[in-house]
Write a protein that binds this ligand. Structure first.
Ligand code: GLA
Length: 383
């Protein structure tokens, strides 16, 4: 943080008014069901994005970042459109949305700095979106309710950026709390914070270090497939979302879906929602081994039926299954590369990491990054 303050001073010749932080997230279980009205169980992590910000009187928005060389300098106007693929489109989209709602803001000097691996499935985009919304809310006393901060940020991802994501990531980074998982019903937006007592185990994040090409278009394709499967089932089943349907009803009505690919997609979604219910129950009873088993089952379903895993993530999970002191593992987030998570006995962490790096490198050719992660708090002002 000292760095971002100094760097801000160097770049803008003044001190920032404030520094804000927003975390990334991992999802413990409930994958690809937020946009199907399901229940998910993400938690905020301690890595994330910082923003040093100050108001200016020049009516100019200046976007700079320690992670990327591209900068932007735009006159304050009533609306903006996305330009190219640069990182500043995320905060720009938020400004566009906030201005569109009729709030007024001044010119701003902004310096961003993140320690989340970008595009690795730890929600660097939700982190920066919520960070910007929250910073504007605090700086200009907009009094946007917290749930609206998450919803507005999601809207920007959907409409300005163009990814049909659900609410999970923005909600998790807004509402996350230290050592708690957010059990969120993505249909009603009701949520509970579940204490995460991992006992002898640690939550480990494993980054495949695979660049996720085409992830956005494949994600949008899955979104569309779920819509098509729901449409077919609704000919006879009364449901607003795929996750309103239970497994028995699905099996007795799946003949309505003529495309076998759509049938597999729906099977994943409906069974995953059921797994989340079970996971919440076993977690409350402290049955971590059963929780870990559900993680493995979730991964298998994402691999076989939803087809969003890949050789890198599957290699990690295969290793974990064979490793005695690992009790559960799965891909987390959208997939197509990105990260996996695992529950590993604390005093075996070093050995686990070393052996996994060796195993993975032998199969895939490059090294993964393995690190134990803390479960942290949601978006906040840090100075
Ligand atoms: C991405 C999206 C989320 C969610 C996950 C998959 O992270 O942003 O909304 O759909 O993928 O569970």
């Amino acid at each position: 943080m000292a760095d971002i303050k100094e760097e801000f001073q160097k770049r803008f010749q003044k001190k920032p008014d404030h520094i804000f932080f927003s975390p990334g997230r991992v999802n413990l279980i409930g994958e690809h069901i937020d946009y199907n009205g399901g229940q998910v169980m993400p938690c905020a992590i301690s890595l994330g994005t910082y923003l040093a910000i100050s108001r200016n009187t020049d009516k100019v928005l200046r976007f700079q970042c320690l992670n990327f060389p591209d900068t932007a300098e735009l006159h304050l106007q009533n609306s903006y459109t996305k330009s190219g693929k640069e990182w500043f489109n995320y905060p720009l989209g938020i400004l566009n949305e906030v201005l569109g709602l009729g709030y007024s803001v001044s010119g701003l000097d902004m310096l961003f700095d993140g320690n989340l691996p970008i595009g690795a499935g730890l929600s660097s985009s939700a982190s920066i979106e919520v960070l910007m919304t929250y910073a504007l809310d605090q700086l200009f006393q907009l009094e946007i309710p917290k749930v609206e901060i998450a919803l507005l940020s999601k809207k920007v991802e959907n409409e300005f950026i163009g990814v049909n994501c659900g609410i999970m990531d923005q909600f998790a980074v807004t509402f996350g709390e230290r050592n708690k998982a957010v059990l969120l019903n993505c249909d009603s937006l009701e949520y509970q914070l579940l204490p995460l007592d991992m006992g002898a185990y640690s939550l480990v994040i494993i980054n495949t270090n695979k660049t996720r090409s085409l992830a956005e278009s494949k994600y949008n394709e899955r979104f569309a497939q779920c819509g098509a499967a729901l449409k077919a089932l609704r000919k006879e089943v009364d449901a607003n979302n795929l996750c309103d349907i239970d497994i028995e009803t699905f099996h007795s009505h799946k003949y309505l879906i003529s495309d076998p690919v759509l049938e597999k997609r729906a099977l994943h979604v409906i069974s995953e929602n059921f797994r989340v219910n079970k996971a919440a129950k076993v977690l409350s009873e402290n049955k971590l081994r059963e929780f870990g088993q559900l993680m493995y089952e979730s991964h298998q379903s994402l691999k076989e039926f939803y087809e969003v895993s890949g050789i890198e993530l599957d290699t990690i999970v295969a290793f974990c299954k064979e490793y005695e002191d690992c009790i559960g593992a799965r891909m987390t987030g959208a997939g197509f590369g990105g990260c996996a998570i695992a529950l590993v006995e604390k005093n075996k962490l070093e050995h686990f990491g070393k052996s996994l790096v060796e195993f993975y490198k032998g199969k895939i050719g490059h090294e993964p990054t393995v690190f134990a992660s803390e479960i942290g708090n949601g978006v906040r002002q840090v100075s």
